[in-house]
Design a protein. Structure first.
Length: 221
């Protein structure tokens, strides 16, 4: 009998550092990695490309079904997923239970049957520890002050040559936080058994080391 896959669930608000942590953990522990935000972003891009409104539930459902029928590792590497406007579109399509249900088994299948013969998977998102993988043995909730997160996002955008001001980024982040946390289905919140890491004043290495110590304490790794 083979061991059950090791699942590490990471949730948190935008730009808190959960993606960086998830990627590094997957790398260090030789686990598969799924950025579940990219699925919602891909749905957002399909809706925007069709000239439709991401807040239109029927348009979002159609896009989610299209994504599900054609998804490949390449789909999730599309640079348009990282566009500034895509984050807001993703947050809008993600409000609908209908859309979330379509994307749910893609995520659970990945966790239960990690690709490439990996012994487990790291998934990051908003509802991994609460809804997608509630039995994950290790859960992290990665957060940071809204100012620290806006500052990181602002610098990222500046590096890409974007013209947004810090104030505009902060305001958009407030709106996205509110939408992700206050929606009625699968809102962003820490699972009861999640280990909370506030990254406001920590380097990526410090966050990684804290997480590795916790994983060691909770598993046989
Ligand atoms: O992690 P991200 O910023 O790429 O996510 C984009 C949006 O997708 C986020 O604002 C809310 C939504 N999302 C979600 O509702 N559930 C997830 N598991 C992941 C992302």
């Amino acid at each position: 009998m083979t061991d059950a896959p090791l699942i590490i669930a990471i949730d948190g608000p935008a730009a808190a550092g959960k993606g960086t942590l998830a990627r590094e953990l997957a790398d260090r522990l030789d686990l598969a990695f799924l950025d579940t935000g990219a699925l919602y972003r891909a749905v957002g891009v399909l809706v925007l490309d069709a000239g439709q409104d991401p807040a239109d539930e029927q348009a979002a459902i159609k896009a989610a079904e299209t994504l599900k029928s054609k998804i490949s590792p390449e789909t999730l590497k599309n640079p348009a997923l990282r566009d500034h406007k895509t984050g807001a579109a993703a947050s809008k399509v993600a409000q609908y239970d209908s859309v979330r249900r379509i994307l749910r088994d893609l995520q659970t299948d990945f966790a239960i049957n990690p690709p490439d013969g990996k012994g487990g998977a790291v998934l990051d998102g908003r509802d991994i520890g609460t809804v997608i993988c509630p039995n994950a043995p290790v859960k992290f909730y990665v957060t940071a002050s809204i100012e620290a997160r806006a500052d990181r996002r602002f610098k990222e955008l500046q590096n890409k040559g974007g013209a947004a001001t810090y104030e505009a980024v902060l305001e958009e982040m407030r709106i996205r936080d509110a939408r992700d946390s206050e929606r009625s289905v699968s809102p962003l919140r820490p699972a009861d058994d999640a280990y909370v890491i506030d990254t406001s004043d920590l380097s990526a290495d410090q966050v990684l080391n804290m997480a590795l110590a916790k994983i060691k304490a909770r598993t046989s790794l």
